[in-house]
Design a protein around this ligand. Structure first.
Ligand code: 16G
Ligand code: ZN
Length: 531
């Protein structure tokens, strides 16, 4: 009752936007920042409940809107091992966020009973935010919700999303046999820098890497990381976090991937190795301009194939290939040429899942070494307990085998296993290119992407678009799937699908085919059939 009163009192400071229905989606809640007060308040309440339900384990709250424009913001919850919030709880978040403010304490009470939360358990929450101007206000709201419900919390101020995931996992594994690292920002940098140094034993990074930080939190954090790194020359660009409107504006991973071009501000020379992060540094894409000044993108599919091929080689050199089931997880957006390459050249199994990190991450855990990346650059590599044991306990029979085992061991530390992490992924790519002695051109040469096109279609009601088979097919509206299939059969290597976006009020159409004009044509025709 005292808690209920405190909740009602704290909630009364805010005003709930009228006629707005909130939904905890693939990336939590995300919208114009001035609509978010009551949503963040609800998330704060739920974070405390989640922690109590899990016997006082630390839960993370990240305030960010990733690659969205500067005026947006968002909030999402991080589960104890650094994963995304368990699916069942998304519905609780939605319920609490939509409760009228004078009833929110009642809904809170209902949830306590329904979820069967032991209220005498402790509750612990860590939170952080990206560099958006609205972040400090929203963190204030979060603070109010946590204080009203007497939750113990630590404010980590500015962090990248993956840094917060790292902290959550560290805090919950501290003192156990699964200890993940020091739960501090410095601990994060030291872990990455030390493992990078180990992976780089005996090889050297060629040339420099220019990193576009989307004018987001990744900029200052990359600069900080660089203080711990040696043997790598990184040029940081687009790291303006002072001008609030610069965030994600004509730069960043999402811009580069969707526009298929370098940021206009780029001063990189031909063949220079470039990379872009997104606004909260959980996505990474590489690119360069070839000798003919043609823009060449190395997206998430490319990072996945590079990592899978390297780890496969290391496992063979270490003599443990037969003991590790290595696999790759993709979504329908993966370029068909990458899928072909993984199956036919790397000869690795592939799982295709729905869009959204939680689906890919979950599927990756079915392998000993699960390489998962969305084409947009979000991904990582997971190692099973069995894999960690085999890598640690295998007795090397030769110096070469020993080197491979040590490199694998270091990779398990370099790679952020909680979630896709652009800073960690960039070091991974740099290390692999150094080992292979490859420039981005040779990396690009491993296979040739099929030309593809992505179109956004506005529809009256996107909820009628129901997909199946990992979003590669539509069961509704009736007849549309057979239309798409008959269209794609007319094009050489034609493949197309349409799915309702999980983050915007639109349907997305993807098409690929043997030539640029065929891909564009197929996309246009399918988009017409959809609208
Ligand atoms: C979210 C997802 C991202 C996915 C995107 C698809 C997370 C953390 N983020 O941003 O992985 O690619 O949604 O958006 O899961 P869409 O449904 O609008 O196409
Ligand atoms: Zn992001």
């Amino acid at each position: 009752p005292a808690v209920k009163k405190a909740i009602t009192e704290a909630a009364s400071q805010y005003a709930k936007p009228e006629d707005k229905i909130f939904e905890y989606g693939t990336a939590g809640f995300r919208m114009k920042s001035d609509l978010l007060n009551t949503v963040v308040f609800a998330v704060g309440l739920l974070a405390g409940l989640r922690s109590k339900k899990l016997s006082g384990q630390w839960i993370g709250v990240m305030v960010t809107a990733s690659h969205n424009p500067a005026e947006d913001n968002g909030v999402k919850l991080v589960d104890p091992m650094g994963e995304m919030l368990e699916a069942e709880w998304e519905a609780y978040a939605t319920r609490l966020a939509n409760a009228p403010l004078d009833k929110i304490a009642d809904v809170y009470d209902e949830l306590v009973k329904e979820i069967d939360v032991q209220m005498t358990n402790p509750a612990r929450v860590v939170f952080a935010r990206d560099t958006r101007a609205s972040g400090s206000r929203l963190v204030g709201v979060l603070n109010a919700a946590l204080s009203a419900t007497e939750v113990e919390f630590v404010d980590f101020k500015y962090m990248t999303t993956p840094q917060l995931h790292y902290i959550v996992r560290c805090k919950n594994t501290l003192g156990t046999q699964y200890e993940y690292g020091e739960p501090t920002e410095q601990g994060y940098y030291e872990k990455l820098a030390n493992s990078f140094k180990k992976v780089m034993r005996g090889v050297k990074v060629q040339g420099s890497l220019t990193v576009d930080c989307a004018n987001g939190v990744g900029g200052p954090k990359l600069r900080e990381l660089m203080k711990y790194l040696s043997g790598i020359d990184i040029k940081v660009v687009n790291d303006d976090v002072i001008n609030p409107d610069a965030l994600n504006f004509e730069c960043g991973a999402d811009y580069v991937k969707t526009k298929q071009r370098a940021p206009p501000s780029s001063k990189a020379a031909l063949l220079d190795r470039c990379a872009s992060l997104d606004g909260d540094a959980d996505r990474l894409v590489y690119y360069f301009q070839d000798e003919s000044s043609v823009f060449r993108l190395l997206d998430g599919d490319r990072i996945a194939t590079l990592a899978a091929s390297f780890i496969g080689d290391l496992a063979r050199n270490a003599g443990i290939a037969s003991k590790l089931k290595i696999g790759v997880v993709q979504t329908a957006y993966a370029n068909g040429a990458s899928t072909d390459y993984i199956e036919k050249v790397l000869k690795l199994p592939i799982i295709c899942t729905n869009t959204g990190v939680k689906h890919l991450h979950h599927a990756a855990l079915r392998f000993d070494v699960g390489v998962y990346f969305e084409a947009n650059g979000h991904g990582t590599v997971t190692f099973s307990e069995n894999a960690l044991k085999v890598i640690k306990n295998t007795e090397p029979q030769s110096p070469a085998q020993q080197h491979a085992l040590e490199s694998l061991q270091a990779l398990t530390d370099l790679i952020n296993q909680a979630v896709g992490d652009a800073l960690s992924d960039a070091l991974l790519v740099e290390a692999i290119l150094a080992h292979k002695g490859w420039s981005p051109k040779e990396w690009l040469g491993t296979y040739t992407d099929l030309p593809s096109r992505l179109v956004r279609v506005e529809v009256n009601d996107r909820s009628i678009f129901k997909a199946y088979d990992a979003e590669r097919k539509l069961e509704s509206p009736p007849g549309l799937q057979s239309t798409i299939e008959s269209l794609q059969s007319r094009y050489n290597k034609g493949r197309s699908f349409a799915r309702a976006s999980g983050t915007e009020d639109a349907v997305r159409v993807y098409a690929e085919a043997a030539s640029r004009s065929e891909a564009d044509d197929l996309a246009t025709r399918v988009a017409n059939a959809v609208s």
